[in-house]
Design a protein around this ligand. Structure first.
Ligand code: ZN
Length: 329
């Protein structure tokens, strides 16, 4: 347990508690089985609190359940665990998975374009997927032309590289130590997809990514909006909520593994502190593949995409989740 985290944005120690997770809350409100909570070390004395910095207004968890310790200390996976994890990685066809590919392809395409626009003579392209989990980005980037792809996640054991086949045209590397990144840096492109909400030291990790990015490289962040201010009353009242969609959203957003509740305005400042600046506003394609291209659901998606694009052109932070950045010269 890290007991006393200071503000992830301004390092201030002044904060006020907004919400505290307890064993009672997980069991009685979120219906998590007691055995599961025992396994996570969540006992009757457990607390983990989302606080708000009094000085800058940033939200974060002050007393962090140290999942890194648990994960980093773990033994290599057994062959049964490798098999199980491989199955998770290669899970079957799903509609959302297919829709997501359209989007992921658009992200990788834009990265390639932005890197190539800066340096037209590149014959090799390298990519780092920082905080990769079992993401589709690494194999996809390899297929789409990146010559060297490294996927990094410190939460996995040393033998998790066995999940990636070296004897395939879609070969890429799994890393779990930062030294491996440093040995292979700099990178032409970096993807940090919905990972920073898990970082214990987000500013430190942003600085690290900036350090291993090549001088003419491009970095893509997908930074989720987890709006504490507008959801706090729902979170406090979760046991009485009947709207299933809202409950699902609350559970997906607010939990002990989401350590940082950084809104776009502050996040942009942190990127700047890390020496990164937005390079270009791009259009990211989203499409619902089970409907025709001109179905109303898709027309709504396209409209939202264009609204986001135009807001981006004017530098608006409103509901901003995607960032393409280069180093400040
Ligand atoms: Zn602060």
């Amino acid at each position: 347990m890290i007991k006393d985290r200071s503000c992830v944005n301004c390092s201030s120690q002044n904060s006020e508690v907004m919400f505290t997770f307890t064993r009672d809350f997980f069991h009685n409100v979120r219906n998590q089985p007691l055995e599961q909570l025992d396994a996570l070390g969540i006992d009757d004395n457990f607390t983990s609190s989302i606080v708000k910095c009094i000085d800058c207004g940033c939200g974060y968890i002050k007393d962090v359940i140290n999942i890194r310790e648990t994960f980093l200390g773990q033994e290599n996976w057994s062959s049964a665990q490798i098999k199980e994890n491989l199955r998770t990685y290669q899970n079957g066809f799903s509609k959302s998975g297919a829709d997501n590919i359209i989007y992921a392809e658009s992200v990788v395409k834009n990265l390639i374009r932005l890197v190539m626009m800066k340096n037209k003579n590149k014959s090799e392209l390298s990519l780092l997927d920082f905080g990769c989990s079992f993401s589709v980005y690494s194999p996809l980037a390899r297929i789409m032309g990146f010559t060297k792809v490294d996927a990094f996640d410190p939460h996995y054991p040393d033998n998790f590289s066995e999940l990636a086949s070296g004897n395939s045209v879609v070969n890429f590397n799994f890393f779990n130590h930062k030294e491996q990144i440093l040995e292979n840096a700099p990178y032409d492109a970096i993807i940090c997809n919905s990972a920073d909400e898990h970082f214990i030291d987000p500013q430190g990790e942003i600085n690290f990514m900036s350090e291993v990015l090549s001088d003419d490289g491009v970095i893509y962040f997908s930074h989720p909006i987890m709006d504490l201010d507008s959801n706090l009353k729902h979170l406090q009242n979760e046991s009485n909520i009947t709207n299933k969609k809202l409950i699902k959203e609350l559970r997906a957003t607010f939990h002990v593994h989401h350590l940082n509740y950084i809104m776009p305005k502050i996040f942009k400042k942190m990127l700047k502190k890390g020496g990164l600046v937005e390079s270009k506003v791009v259009i990211l394609k989203k499409e619902n593949l089970s409907e025709s291209a001109f179905h109303v659901k898709n027309l709504i998606l396209y409209t939202k995409t264009f609204i986001k694009y135009f807001l981006g052109l004017f530098g608006s932070n409103y509901r901003k989740t995607e960032y393409f950045l280069t180093k400040i010269k």
